[in-house]
Design a protein around this ligand. Structure first.
Ligand code: SF4
Length: 358
């Protein structure tokens, strides 16, 4: 990794690099929200810029507790996790990087992400006034191409244009690998682990097509991918013997094909969830769908209703809504996951008996 002298990052910012140190700047990336979409990209990009990248550890009770203490009660659990991770990184790094996702796709109508994803760096800045302002990675493709955010970040860190271009190309390759692993049936956490360990390894048990029941889980990557937030939902489905598919495994093309049947939606990530739910309601081999949402999430509360009312369900598939918050008990999620798998198994057997009778 190339070590780079980082010039003054921002006027008045007291980073050791701003004082001329040759040590690489330590940039913390909180393991929350957009971590589960862009971490391989951001890590490669920042390393190319000469930074040392420190990801916070998987969410644990201490991190979630700190996030809950720092936030107002009725904000979603995903933002509470973000705050807990920033607090964990405090004192360990020179700056934290918090992506600001404003618009992530171009359509012939207005699209944007959730207001909390747009304002995430501001929320961190105002809640941690003693920290240097977070580094921002801005994505607003309605106004500027995706690479523009990388250029802005690189220039802020004093990287040459050539260095930025090289790092961007490497980061794009890394991101493609991450997405390919998910298309092959890995959940975001497992895809990240596989990239870190650098081995191919056998596919995880939950991906086995030999299992008698298949459950599709639809939810934001930061809910699905965080075992503490999801109360190990995937683990409980796996240990009940179900094959698990997830919305994160679908390609953009799969989603676009589905979305043609559905109403337009300006929230890009909710549009993805709606299309994913529609895909799994019709896809061969799926027995039931779990729709995972976060308590206090405005967009999800609307889209949950749309999944029930607008998504065609020609096979009469079972749909379970699971609402998560920091108080959700693992035993509650486990019971519901196991009962859901039992129900699907029972329905499947009853259907095969009916077919045999005929
Ligand atoms: S979409 Fe919902 S869960 Fe995600 S950050 Fe926004 S409010 Fe929170």
């Amino acid at each position: 990794m190339r070590s780079l002298r980082i010039r003054r990052v921002r006027k008045g910012m007291s980073l050791k690099h701003a004082q001329g140190s040759k040590a690489a700047m330590r940039v913390g990336v909180p393991r929350a929200l957009m971590f589960y979409r862009y971490y391989p990209f951001l890590k490669m990009l920042l390393e190319g810029f000469g930074c040392e990248v420190v990801a916070s550890p998987p969410t644990n009770l201490r991190i979630m507790g700190m996030g809950t203490d720092l936030c107002v009660d009725d904000i979603c659990v995903a933002v509470k996790a973000l705050f807990g991770h920033v607090r964990h990184l405090e004192g360990e790094v020179d700056a934290v990087l918090v992506p600001r996702l404003v618009s992530v796709e171009k359509k012939d109508y207005d699209t944007f992400t959730c207001p909390k994803l747009i304002a995430a760096p501001d929320m961190v800045r105002f809640s941690f006034p003693h920290l240097p302002p977070p580094l921002e990675f801005v994505v607003d493709v309605k106004k500027a191409p995706f690479w523009w955010g990388c250029l802005r970040l690189g220039r802020r860190l004093g990287v040459s244009l050539r260095g930025i271009a090289r790092s961007y190309a490497a980061a794009t390759r890394e991101q493609r690998r991450f997405e390919d692993l998910q298309r092959e049936g890995l959940l975001p956490e497992d895809a990240l682990k596989r990239m870190e360990n650098g081995n191919d390894g056998p596919p995880p048990a939950y991906a086995s097509a030999e299992r008698d029941v298949t459950v599709a889980v639809v939810g934001h990557p930061y809910l699905l991918g965080d075992p503490l937030v999801s109360k190990r939902l995937i683990h409980w489905l796996d240990s009940s013997g179900a094959r698990v598919l997830a919305s994160t495994m679908l390609s953009r093309r799969d989603l676009e094909r589905e979305a043609r049947k559905l109403p337009d939606l300006s929230w890009s990530y909710e549009w993805e969830l709606l299309a994913a739910a529609s895909h799994f309601m019709e896809a061969d081999g799926v027995d039931g769908v779990i729709y995972l949402t976060s308590f206090g999430c405005g967009p999800d509360s609307l889209v949950t209703e749309m999944v029930r009312r607008e998504v065609p369900n020609p096979h009469g598939r079972a749909l379970l809504d699971l609402v998560l918050d920091e108080h959700s008990a693992e035993s509650g999620v486990r019971t519901r996951a196991e009962a859901f798998v039992d129900l699907l198994r029972h329905r499947k057997r009853a259907r095969s008996r009916e077919v045999e009778k005929r």
